[in-house]
Write a protein that binds this ligand. Structure first.
Ligand SMILES: *[C@@H]1O[C@H](CO)[C@@H](O)[C@H](O)[C@H]1NC(C)=O
Ligand SMILES: *[C@@H]1O[C@H](CO)[C@@H](O)[C@H](O)[C@H]1NC(C)=O
Ligand SMILES: *[C@@H]1O[C@H](CO)[C@@H](O)[C@H](O)[C@H]1NC(C)=O
Length: 265
């Protein structure tokens, strides 16, 4: 496990170096990410239950749904919109989300349902991040075709903010313990995890759909073996500290590792 772990760390650092200057709000990205299976099964259940909230729905109005009893503590909502309206006007306020104009959906549908999820006390069960403590519940924003409001197991539409980003105004964020840096967390539907800085106070920005929260690094040494720093021959560069400017040798080391691996990337 030691070698893959340290490789992962180098990949994270390499990504910092490559993309840090370009997308300066994305500080670190882990492409390995979470084991997302249970969370994706949950997305399917919540799509079904959110759609049940619709009874002759008017467009542009959020309808609160009810999660199944065995998932109590999760809240869901659904809003149906004409795609043209979403693109041209956005949605000023949908729960914690402020959706700008310029949203593109892929594939194209005529009408879309935006499903909102608030995982409440289930957040860490489905989206636990080793080494991090959430300050807010994990919330989700997912888009589906609105053509059949009885449909289940719908695939998500790809949502992209092509102009201004989507803003997430977290309404119940715990304050961070002193000295710790608050990070915005975005978990994509494939389970990759990205961190960025809040754009202000409790507000994070997003370009794509997925699940969102705010988090700090855990203070207590995590019991999980996951978190023991990979042994590194030199100081610096071995542990991904998302907020730290990666030392320049981080990239060099990553390249050496690739070279040592024989094949490069
Ligand atoms: C909860 O109930 C739903 C609907 O009956 C079911 O599909 C799901 O597997 C259950 N989930 C858990 C975590 O028990
Ligand atoms: C969350 O809280 C509800 C009660 O509101 C409880 O029934 C449920 O078991 C809790 N879930 C977890 C994962 O603790
Ligand atoms: C809508 O989806 C449901 C559930 O999959 C299906 O039974 C029904 O035939 C569909 N309706 C239309 C009009 O496609």
């Amino acid at each position: 496990m030691g070698l893959p772990r340290s490789l992962t760390m180098h990949v994270i650092i390499l990504l910092c170096c490559l993309f840090g200057p370009l997308q300066n709000h994305v500080i670190a990205q882990s492409t390995t990410g979470l084991s997302i299976g249970p969370a994706r099964a949950l997305d399917a259940i919540l799509q079904d239950y959110a759609y049940r909230a619709f009874v002759q729905p008017r467009t542009g109005i959020p309808y609160d749904g009810t999660a199944p009893l065995n998932l109590s503590g999760i809240t869901i909502s659904a809003m149906r919109l004409r795609t043209g309206s979403l693109r041209n006007r956005g949605v000023q306020s949908y729960k914690e989300f402020e959706i700008p104009k310029g949203i593109s959906l892929n594939p194209y549908v005529k009408r879309v349902v935006l499903v909102y999820q608030n995982l409440g006390n289930w957040s860490t069960s489905y989206y636990g991040l080793p080494g991090y403590t959430y300050l807010t519940p994990v919330i989700g924003l997912l888009a589906y075709d609105a053509v059949n409001l009885s449909a289940t197991n719908l695939p998500e539409l790809k949502v992209k903010a092509t102009g201004n980003p989507i803003l997430i105004h977290f309404s119940d964020a715990k304050s961070a313990p002193p000295g710790l840096t608050v990070k915005c967390v975005w978990i994509s539907l494939s389970g990759s995890v990205s961190f960025s800085s809040p754009i202000s106070g409790n507000t994070c920005s997003a370009v794509y759909q997925g699940h969102f929260s705010m988090a700090v690094e855990s203070i207590a040494p995590a019991p999980a073996p996951e978190m023991s720093p990979a042994p590194t021959p030199t100081s610096g560069g071995g542990v991904a500290v998302p907020n730290a400017r990666p030392p320049s040798q981080g990239k060099v080391k990553a390249e050496e590792e690739d070279a040592a691996d024989g094949k490069g990337s």
